[in-house]
Design a binder for this molecule. Sequence first.
Ligand SMILES: Nc1ncnc2c1ncn2[C@@H]1O[C@H](COP(=O)(O)OP(=O)(O)OP(=O)(O)O)[C@@H](O)[C@H]1O
Ligand SMILES: [Mg+2]
Length: 324
Amino acid sequence: MITDDFGSRRFQRALKLTGANLLDEPNQHGAFFSHAVIARGGQGTVFLGTGDDLAQSRVCVIKTFADSEQDALDRAGRSVRIQLRLLDKATDYPAALFPRDEQIRPGPWVPDILAWDLESAAPWVAQDFRGPNLRRALANGVGDRSGRSDRDQRTDADVRTWLLSQIVDAVEFAHMHDVIHRDLKPDNILVERVKASHLMVESVALCDFDLSKSRDHTTLTQTGAIMGTPGYSAPEQLWGNARDVTTAADVYAVAMVAVHLFTGLEPWDAMVGPDLMHLRLDPSAAGQLGSKREWVESALSFNPSDRPPLRALHRKLHGPEADR
Ligand SMILES: Nc1ncnc2c1ncn2[C@@H]1O[C@H](COP(=O)(O)OP(=O)(O)OP(=O)(O)O)[C@@H](O)[C@H]1O
Ligand SMILES: [Mg+2]
């Protein structure tokens, strides 16, 4: 069992990066121990943890479900299956799929699932730790020079552009495998600095697939509305029929994440308009988006069919139309 120093420096680093609160006593979940609270959600607590005596250096995240209704557990089970399926695809995912030579692929787009038990009295899922969420990473100072090598000449704006391109790739990867996330927001995007090509580079992963939809798994909520998160979720999720929620809903959420990434604003401060059907991006926020402006503005269209594909954003980030 881990005592004073929690085994590894990697754990200490994870503790600092996430700001997780240490517990007085660790809890045991199968062969894992939780040591600190990262987040308390609607249906349980998410902990920073480690493996047992045999795997203390493994830093992981343990999602638990308190007093959970069967519905929440079913969603969690589906989410595990979707994540495992994406992980399978990620391992044989050809890096050459995107026509960009400089593509660096430090890790798959979803955290590795280590183990789970959704049938015990205290259900849990253990995953690989993939860094603080985007909200926290931005607060930590994602573009800061600290921890970056002198050879890394990127500006703060370069780092943000790189993050957006990684988020777009991650979401495109899920879509390519028929998974619609449906709850993309800064809290459900993880950012970690990893070593790649002798440099430290930010690697992105998507988490929280609890609301996601896969073509292989039709859900009970198929005909009901899928709430998601007001502000980040597309309007059709809040009042539409689940059948109307397509990849265009994730496009809307990516645009809102881009607004947050480049302006620091939350949706309710960034959107203006007389009513929900006529909301648009505040011009002063739009003005901070540079080459991404036009894409983001149309991606925030009320009507899903007016939203451009994610692919079109690549040109704005990397092509001749990118900010220079
Ligand atoms: N694999 C992971 N690595 C690092 N941090 C993670 C990981 N999974 C989750 N987290 C952290 O825990 C937080 C909450 O996790 P998650 O979004 O899965 O649960 P939740 O939002 O409470 O779930 P729900 O929305 O289903 O109630 C995330 O915002 C993120 O900071
Ligand atoms: Mg979440």
